[in-house]
Design a protein around this ligand. Sequence first.
Ligand code: F6P
Length: 537
Amino acid sequence: MLKPFYLGQSAAHRRLVELAESARAHNLRELFDQDAGRLQRMSGSLNGLYMDWSKHLVNDDVMQALFALAEEANWAEGVRDLYAGELINQTENRAVLHMALRGETEDGFALDGEDVMGEVLATRAAFGAYADAVRSNAQIKDVVNIGIGGSDLGPLMVTKALRSRSKGGPRVHFVSNVDGAHLESVLDGLAPDSTLFIVVSKTFTTQETMANADAAKAWIEASSLPVYDHFAAVSTNLPAAVGFGVKAENVFGFRDWVGGRYSLWGPVGLSIACSVGSSAFSELLAGARAMDRHFVEAGARENLPLISALLGVWYREYLGFSTHVVLPYAQDLDRFPAYLQQADMESNGKCIGRDGQPVDHHTGPVVWGEAGTNGQHAFYQLLHQGTDIHPADIIAVEAPLSAYSEHHTKLLANAIAQAEALMCGRNESEVREEMKVTGQPQSAIDAIAPHRVFQGNRPSTFILLDELSPKNVGQLIALYEHRIFIQGLLWNVCSYDQWGVELGKVLAKNILTEWSEEGDKQLHDESTQHLIQRLKR
Ligand code: F6P
């Protein structure tokens, strides 16, 4: 179990509160001008992943206080507890060992003194072999992953990210929503005899997934095809998957110490492996494992996930910025923000501390974003000139992502330009001068200049991958997973449960039951009751 940490009582917290006062007056351009070594000190890389955090509203005093905060929270001990298989998911009495899914024998992951790697490696070999067999089976043209939340977002995001490695594999589709339009739109154009469904559900009880799996099964049966030839499953609930009609040897299991939103590294990643093959899938795991080692071994001042986490805490708690925007300048990473929303917000969107008491500080921010440059033509107006500041992560890839190499130069130029614009802005005298040079009349300059001012001083991290390889995608995801761990530690929340998703599920079940009953029971508030009655009719 992780010990509670009372942020508000720490000495570093008091120092950070003080520093936050003056930080509001920091000017990033000036911080660079005054400090020739800033970029060098505030950047680092790991195996092809470069991170530049120099454009943040921090100076050395702030960084020092943030590191002191991490020390007071005993971050290194927390990491040791995590890796040692302690029951840090305390409300579910479970360990959190998804790192084992990308581990090797020598990493020695164990639970209650018992090695887990033997089973992990056997499962990895089994689902890898299955994926490779699917890839070499000319009969299977389409693979449909049916799952939701962690059983969808991670595999979907990575499958898209590794598009360039998918040649020779089947087309891989994802169905998650209980809106039948999702399944219908995917099945439209697929042939039952060449389609394989992978039902992915940790519990094998999730309403949306079971509704879609049942409908897919009916679709196969309607063509008089045997269900067991067209279904595989991934679950911790083997009996339910077999009961559904999947052959036991095609059900790939995992343990309850893998949270849904951290599960893509194991058999939940089967659809990724079907798309890119087991060898590329192993590269993905190796990348994540490299970040794991870095997280455990690097000192605080070089530790990329730790630094990323601390910057997030600085903004959320001390400068009052309530969102974190993630902007991948790579179309193939366009589902990364959606993936991260679950990973981060389901983990740290909590208000009760590890001691069972309400926390007296902020916790996880709203995470949002969109691929660049699309977002530039949508919400960047607000990023640059809105009244709130939204710290950004800009993620770019050095190697071209398509054969259109000139597109790539434009894409990269935009990524860099946005980080520059956010930081440097453009002041009124620069605007006025520019308008004057283009010959605009004084009246127009006076009227328009204020609207064209960019305050700047808006922070961003720039993450540059040398290529969008499986290894780098693995590193990138693990970087954020560990960021989430550290933030949860400092915010004193239980990052690995998700009680907040339960109530809606229960109420939906109740409403469904009432839907099928005669008459209208008055069980709800007036508004809810009206909606049910209106739709029932
Ligand atoms: O409703 C949230 C959730 O429990 C997620 O945490 C999980 O990833 C998702 O539902 C799907 O659950 P399962 O894999 O059990 O179908």
